[in-house]
Design a protein around this ligand. Structure first.
Ligand SMILES: Cc1ncc(COP(=O)(O)O)c(C=O)c1O
Length: 426
């Protein structure tokens, strides 16, 4: 928790002993909670670490994450501290070093340089910055598949109208995704890249079937085909799976830590590769532009912002880091395997996502046969407190399940049991 230690030292000079004491208590709580999650939460222990209502079965971390109690406590402490002297914390330099420590933490998470990470509010903001600021014009094409999320798609269409570039979306064979191989995914993109394609956009993990796109290979393919910019949507990846931007030739990578990093709502990251920073025109412009000229901060500096949540993002990143990246990935893999086997074995369900872990994530589509997924969700939510996401787009009739490390096998069995009952009664 080094960024917090530096912060505490600084703080001791300006704040009262009780503020420092409160923040030290946060440190202890973070370490204790991380140790509990690392050890695998026994059934029922979830409510010690998280604050999800015991009547809720939360299988929707893909929409919005749950936040560990200790990260909430850290966030509250920063808010309270800020309100002891708002001017000092918002406009003094007290949190300057801490904010930069958060950026460095985020860079470690993404495996890139701190000078390549802008602290935004979400993935949608990241893509708006790109759609507005990249040097594109007549004859240039932005390409993505139908698996691309609206948050990474609509901004391009909006800007295209004004700036004259074009946007092309190709159909992804979503219903066949269980049969696709890594080479199929590459071939599909290869077939659609044209001589006009200047920007290729794809989700690292999409939000419908959870296909983990081969980021490194797709970026290499795009380069080979002469694409100028590769922009990746990491909303469903960062915090769940290891990300290595240093090893992938992508230019931009946008993320929403309020999902899998379990950070406060409204915290985002945008990786802008150093070599392309000068080509990207900032979307927000204010006095900071001069002060931060030539740094990644020109993509985030637009006056007053909620610093307590930005600082708490650092605690969330620390919390995730202390779980161990590889250990976490292997637990997510085991979780995915457990669900896939159980869904395959149940007569009333069908797996509608990739079947190899290398192309998968802890986010997958399940069809409950003979039931409209929207009706299934309405009933299971109303009667049993389940939270998941139904999809009736892309020719699918599926529910999206996105469990996190705290999701128990018992919750999986409850989902299968309750959905079987709904299927029988439909
Ligand atoms: C793949 C993907 N991209 C982008 C977004 C948009 O995220 P945000 O609302 O945090 O910008 C989401 C949200 O669910 C998503 O799943």
């Amino acid at each position: 928790m080094s960024h917090r230690r530096a912060f505490l030292k600084q703080l001791a000079a300006v704040a009262g002993a009780s503020s420092v004491g409160a923040l030290l208590a946060v440190d202890r709580a973070l370490a204790a909670d991380a140790a509990r999650v690392r050890g695998g939460l026994p059934p029922g222990a979830q409510s010690d670490v998280y604050t999800v209502d015991p009547g809720v079965i939360y299988l929707n971390h893909g929409s919005i994450g749950t936040i560990p109690r200790a990260v909430q406590q850290a966030h509250r402490s920063y808010l309270e501290l800020c309100e002891t002297n708002p001017w000092l914390y918002m406009w003094g330099d007290t949190w300057e070093e801490t904010r930069e420590a958060v950026r460095a933490k985020a860079a470690q998470l993404l495996r890139c340089e701190a000078g390549e990470v802008a602290l935004t509010h979400n993935t949608t903001e990241g893509f708006n910055i790109l759609a507005q600021g990249l040097p594109l014009g007549r004859g240039d094409e932005v390409l993505f598949s139908s698996l691309n999320h609206p948050g990474a798609s609509i901004c391009w269409r909006h800007q295209a109208e004004q700036r004259g570039f074009s946007v092309r979306q190709f159909d992804f064979p979503v219903r066949d995704v269980a049969r696709l191989t890594l080479d199929d995914v590459l071939d599909l993109h290869d077939r659609h890249i044209s001589a006009n394609t200047r920007v290729l956009v794809f989700p690292h993990v999409d939000n419908i079937v959870g296909l983990r796109h081969p980021m490194r290979e797709l970026a290499a393919l795009a380069r080979e085909r002469g694409v100028a910019f590769v922009a990746v949507d990491g909303a469903q990846t960062v915090g769940m799976l290891p990300v290595n931007l240093a090893a992938s030739d992508v230019d931009f990578y946008a993320a929403s830590p309020h999902k899998w990093v379990q950070a406060p709502k409204g915290t985002g990251l945008l990786f802008v590769k150093r070599a392309v920073q000068a080509a990207l025109r900032p979307m927000w412009v204010t006095w900071g532009q001069e002060r931060w000229a030539g740094t990644v901060r020109v993509f985030e500096d637009y006056g007053t912002r909620n610093l307590p949540e930005v600082i708490a993002l650092g605690d969330a990143v620390d919390f995730q880091a202390s779980l161990g990246e590889e250990a976490k990935a292997s637990r997510y893999r085991a979780l995915w395997q457990g669900w896939r086997r159980a869904v395959d074995n149940a007569a009333h369900t069908e797996w509608r996502s990739p079947r190899s872990w290398e192309l998968s994530a802890s986010l997958f589509a399940v069809e409950v046969k003979g039931v409209e997924s929207t009706d299934l969700f309405a009933r299971m939510n109303r009667e049993h407190g389940f939270v998941f996401r139904p999809f009736r787009t892309h020719g699918l009739n599926t529910v999206r399940i996105s469990p996190n490390l705290a999701t128990s096998d018992m919750e999986r069995e409850l989902f299968l049991g309750r959905s079987a009952a709904v299927a029988r009664s439909s």
